[in-house]
Design a protein. Structure first.
Length: 131
């Protein structure tokens, strides 16, 4: 499927302390709905310069499905801050009733982060693989 999300910079970096800034967007494909992605800021780190280095990031996500129900999990990845390209791998850790078959599925996503409006935006391809 595809995933598109944005991250506002209006309250950054102060929002790191209270987790009030996070990625929001939509996913499409076999699972379609709204997604929220929260960075685990205390675990993220950058190798190299902030302008062209590589950020290693850790996140939680939750997808509220258009069809009802939800899926949530964790992922970890790398973002090349020079090119904007990123990739991440993770897994589904919890679901609402009726979607338990997705628990344990592996998640892979890859895409591109760009400057957009008052923050960042990204577009990605993503898929789940059965455990």
């Amino acid at each position: 499927g595809t995933m598109d999300a944005s991250f506002p910079l209006s309250n950054f970096p102060a929002c790191i302390v209270d987790d009030s800034c996070f990625w929001t967007g939509t996913v499409s494909g076999d699972l379609a709905g709204d997604i929220e992605i929260h960075e685990l800021w205390e675990q993220n780190y950058v190798v190299g310069s902030p302008a062209a280095g590589t950020e290693h990031f850790f996140e939680t996500f939750r997808i509220d499905l258009d069809s009802g129900g939800w899926v949530s999990g964790l992922d970890a990845g790398v973002w090349n801050m020079g090119t904007g390209k990123f990739r991440a791998n993770g897994w589904v850790t919890d679901t609402s009733a009726g979607l338990e078959d997705l628990e344990g599925c592996k998640l892979h996503e890859s895409g591109l982060v760009t400057q957009g409006g008052p923050g960042f935006v990204f577009s990605a391809e993503w898929f789940l693989v059965a455990p």
